[in-house]
Design a protein around this ligand. Structure first.
Ligand SMILES: *Cc1c(COP(=O)(O)O)cnc(C)c1O
Length: 378
């Protein structure tokens, strides 16, 4: 039996064909027909006007902040319950993040708490310019509520959609809710280019500025002329070919992950001490990762015992994201709330959710979980 990974790359068909075609055409550079086509295809899937293919989702978040002029002296509100790649770019531009806890009903940033946090930071003299809201584990934030807060408070809404490609919010595709949004095609995401990302927006001017910045900010003249600081952030045509082949099967990937989530529910709903990430009523998650929360008293043992039992079976599972306010590197930053995501981190586990996971392997995951609970005596 081979190791069961959390969310490994899944090749589904035309990857080799499209990459071979890119090689045969000699378009190996960070520009070319596959880059242009991949941008147009992602824009269509996300329901936005403009898209820019980049080297990573982190680069997309970084450029979102740069093109909105966020820099030293500014503060940016950030989902507390996320991966560090959401918060790191805030520091790249010289701004300061502060963290806002999640709503226990969605695990995404709490709009009311965000409102209060912005008010308190401003009362303390802070120059709050933007919020980065994370669509966690494939579930969108409550964007109607967030947009109301952001408009009233005059802050820019940046959507970290790196985990939510293929999800919906009120029947619109994830990625269309923020003023700017970032996607990721890292190896563990729902589609992958081995590494890559996309910045999307309905505002062409921001995307065009980001496009220029992403290739060292060359001015449009024959020689190398620069009036602002640039980056080397473009996606290669070779990887865009890989991404296009992956994107062709996005609906199948989403339905495969949702099916796994439903099978986990069927097998584990009603087991004392186990509960799942709640599904928000306003949209459909892409079910990127299925997450359970373990109440050790009711289940009989804790999250870590389950993880280690799975590991002993050569099955990879991971604790939920460790909140940013608990990260040593952000310890000195302001944070609001924090108990909700701290408790989820303590008790939560991401289960194998790859779109190629077989029923047999998933059944092994379930059997291993049940074998360590109090249920086993029943
Ligand atoms: C994956 C991820 C990112 C970063 O994307 P990369 O492409 O790996 O740079 C940012 N935020 C969250 C929440 C992620 O899961």
């Amino acid at each position: 039996m081979s190791r069961v990974y959390l969310s490994p790359p899944h090749l589904t068909g035309r990857e080799a064909e499209l990459v071979a075609e890119a090689i045969a055409s000699n378009w190996i550079a960070p520009l070319g027909p596959h880059v242009d086509a991949f941008e147009a295809e992602i824009a269509a899937v996300a329901g936005v006007e403009h898209a820019l293919a980049l080297a990573s989702g982190t680069a997309a978040l970084h450029l979102a902040l740069v093109v909105r002029g966020i820099g030293p002296g500014d503060e940016v509100a950030c989902s507390d319950f996320t991966f560090a790649a959401t918060a790191n770019p805030i520091t790249y531009v010289g701004a300061t993040p502060f963290f806002v806890d999640c709503d226990p009903e969605t695990w995404t940033i709490d709009p009311e708490l965000l409102d209060r946090a912005i008010g308190e930071r401003r009362a303390a003299g802070a120059h709050v310019r933007a919020v980065i809201a994370v669509d966690l584990y494939g579930q969108c934030c409550d964007y109607d509520a967030l947009r109301e807060v952001c408009e009233r408070r005059d802050v820019i809404l940046i959507q970290d959609a790196t985990e939510s490609l293929g999800a919906t919010y009120r029947r619109t595709p994830a990625g269309a809710q923020g003023a700017l949004a970032a996607f990721s095609f890292n190896g563990n995401k729902i589609i992958t280019t081995s590494g890559g990302g996309m910045l999307v927006s309905d505002t062409g001017e921001w995307i065009e500025h980001a496009r220029k910045l992403s290739t060292q900010a060359r001015e449009p003249v024959a020689h190398y002329e620069h009036v602002e600081i640039g980056f080397n952030y473009r996606m290669s045509n070779l990887l865009a070919a890989l991404g296009r082949a992956q994107l062709e099967t996005l609906p199948l990937r989403v339905s495969a992950r949702r099916r796994l989530r439903d099978r986990y529910h069927e097998a584990l709903d009603g087991v004392p001490g186990l509960s799942f990430m709640p599904e928000a009523p306003y949209g459909d998650s892409n079910a990127w990762l299925t997450c359970v929360v373990v109440d050790p008293d009711a289940f009989g043992t804790g999250r870590e015992a389950i993880r280690l039992a799975l590991e002993a079976e050569d099955i990879e599972a991971r604790p939920l994201w460790k909140p940013m306010h608990l990260q040593p590197v952000f310890a000195s930053h302001a944070s609001f709330g924090g108990d909700v995501c701290a408790r989820l981190f303590e008790r939560g586990l991401c289960l194998p959710s790859g779109s190629a996971l077989t029923d047999e392997d998933q059944d092994r995951v379930v059997a291993t979980i049940l074998s360590v609970g109090r249920q086993r005596q029943a």
